[in-house]
Design a protein around this ligand. Structure first.
Ligand code: ZN
Length: 197
């Protein structure tokens, strides 16, 4: 465990985050929330892809139909017991929530990377992963690419407005003023959408 030198391989962070964003778009098309996730091994190979499925039925293969059907949980449920979790990197289009961040750490996933912060539902500021005694082995990389961060914010902002309480949406507006302004404008044009779940 300690004597094996790890090869100086750099994972394709950008490409994997783009795949997570693609999965987020697929989730929206299927009637779920815009979040996608990808698990990658130390050889830069995709082990599993997942996406939010809260708006879909649960099946034998996939978690669904419940508020635990987040993109990261979709990946974990699909894989079962992880092999060499410490060598895996989880990419998510959005900062994982407490459940998914906690699960990643509990499972011993080596690294978690996300495209966009979630100022309301994200776990980063609550857990402060680096300070958490049970989460020392999980490296966290937040928002490494500004353009993908903006893309993820634009993708999730309508959901943040729809699903979060007013104070949550307010935090999103502070964190991503430009992307949330687009939602406010389009909401006005369409007469606004309501229906919080
Ligand atoms: Zn989650």
């Amino acid at each position: 465990m300690t004597d094996q030198p790890s090869p100086p391989l750099t994972l394709s962070h950008r490409a994997h985050l783009q795949t997570a964003l693609e999965m987020a778009r697929e989730a929206v098309a299927a009637g779920s929330s815009p979040v996608g996730a990808v698990l990658v091994n130390e050889k830069d190979e995709v082990v599993a892809k997942g996406r939010n499925r809260v708006g879909e039925d649960q099946t034998a293969e996939r978690v669904g139909g419940a508020s635990v059907a987040h993109a990261e949980m979709d990946v974990f449920f699909a894989l079962g017991k992880l092999k060499n979790p410490g060598k895996l990197t989880l990419y998510s289009s959005l900062e994982p929530c407490l459940m998914c961040g906690g699960a990643s750490s509990l499972l011993g996933v080596g690294r978690v990377v996300w495209a966009t912060d979630d100022a309301w539902g994200g776990s980063g500021r609550l857990i402060k992963w680096a300070d958490h005694p049970a989460m020392q082995s999980t490296e966290v990389m937040a928002c490494p690419y500004p353009d993908l961060e903006a893309e993820g914010a634009r993708l999730f902002a309508p959901e943040a407005k729809r699903a979060f309480p007013d104070e949550g949406w307010e935090l999103w507006r502070e964190r991503y003023p430009a992307e949330t302004a687009e939602v406010e404008e389009s909401g006005e044009k369409q007469g606004g959408e309501d229906g919080k779940d």
